[in-house]
Design a protein around this ligand. Structure first.
Ligand SMILES: [Zn+2]
Length: 386
């Protein structure tokens, strides 16, 4: 049973993935709102049908019936995923500040201190990989969920770059972007190593989703176990009834044996023997059932839990080398009468790369604990008398 409604592949993920994938293998895409014209050149190595495809990014039927639909359930998207999982296409892209707005950190966005000027000075080029993973969560019995997740990782420092994958998404999605599949220059061994390194942060990132699926699976396992318990209790009751019936039958036979003639007596004794051995059999079975209940049906628990256990498989679908710039960004901050300039490490498409601490309490600034004031050094929200 597929829980279709819960499959978290959203329309926008499908669109960005498709755009990214097609561009990475060398296709052209002309995007006009939700109408795409995709050209798959003859020389591109792909199982997709070559030539021009008119796509409609929608879940409802195309009124003219002439275009292919692009949505999580559409057959076109399925063929894209099939094609992608067959190989992991490599591409490259350059992010520089002319393409992207300066990313203002949350601790400043949430602050009442205003930014009057921003200036980025790039010092050197760095490279990163943006890896798109397909995550599939399965149980042997019933659930199967698939979703796509991307992660950006600095090639040299292995630092996870939280905003880079999103910047990359925006760039490849925008109509103005001239993103072409460039040369992938990294050694395959190094790329492989980085893919491995990024698995763990990716897994911890998706842990809440996995937990949710896991809880659902546990609930299903609990329900199944409860059903089994009830069945076993029913069986116990049936055995108890049988025992009562056999005992009274044996009692009756005991009384009647005295008043029988020889032949009838032999018959009754035989019948009593049969009843007694049947009673013994049922009592043994009941005892075993009770013992298993007292231990909580360990074998059955094991069997059911195993069937509902999750298997999480994370497969890289596309790998893109991203060149970005590292340097400093200077924020000119104005708070009432004071103006202060704050210089922090910055990466294009990545955002601020260092933590800023409150001068009073040394806590790091964050979206939850934003910059409160600059009049007496950097002061955080919790020091600012909230
Ligand atoms: Zn503070």
């Amino acid at each position: 049973m597929m829980t279709d409604a819960a499959v978290p592949v959203t329309q926008s993920t499908v669109e960005s993935f498709t755009a990214r994938y097609l561009q990475s293998i060398g296709c052209q895409i002309d995007i006009r709102d939700n109408e795409w014209q995709v050209t798959i050149p003859e020389d591109v190595e792909t199982s997709l049908t070559k030539g021009t495809h008119d796509l409609l990014c929608d879940t409802v039927r195309d009124p003219d019936g002439e275009r292919d639909l692009l949505n999580p359930e559409s057959s076109f998207f399925q063929s894209i995923l099939d094609d992608a999982s067959g190989r992991v296409p490599l591409g490259s892209i350059k992010v520089d500040t002319t393409d992207t707005d300066i990313l203002v950190p949350d601790w400043l966005k949430e602050s009442s201190v205003s930014v009057s000027d921003i200036d980025f000075t790039p010092y050197y080029d760095r490279s990163a990989l943006v890896i798109l993973f397909q995550v599939s969560v399965e149980t042997v019995s019933e659930y199967q969920q698939e979703f796509l997740r991307s992660i950006g990782i600095d090639t040299r420092s292995n630092e996870i770059l939280p905003n880079l994958d999103e910047t990359f998404l925006t760039l490849t999605q925008s109509e103005a972007a001239t993103v072409t599949s460039g040369e992938f220059t990294m050694e395959p061994k190094q790329a492989e190593r980085l893919v491995d390194v990024s698995r763990e942060p990716l897994l911890s990132d998706i842990q809440p989703q996995i937990d949710e699926i896991h809880q659902e699976a546990s609930r299903a396992a609990d329900a199944e176990l409860e059903e089994y318990r009830q069945l076993q209790r029913q069986r116990e009751e049936e055995f108890e009834t049988k025992i009562t019936r056999l005992r009274s039958k044996i009692g009756e036979l005991n009384e009647s044996i005295e008043n029988k003639n020889q032949t009838e007596r032999v018959e009754a004794l035989k019948e009593r023997r049969e009843c007694k051995s049947k009673l013994e059999e049922v009592e043994t079975e009941l005892k075993a059932l009770r013992r298993r209940r007292e231990h909580g049906y360990p074998d059955q628990q094991h069997k059911i839990r195993e069937r509902h256990g999750l298997e999480v498989v994370v497969t890289p679908v596309t790998i893109t080398e991203v060149e970005y710039e590292r340097g400093d960004v200077e924020f000119k901050l104005t708070d009432r009468d004071s103006t202060v300039s704050l210089t922090v490490g910055y990466g294009s498409g990545v955002g601020v790369t260092e933590e800023i601490d409150c001068d009073t309490c040394n806590q790091s600034l964050s979206g939850e604990n934003p910059l409160w004031s600059i009049t007496n050094g950097i002061q955080c929200g919790s020091c600012g008398g909230e």
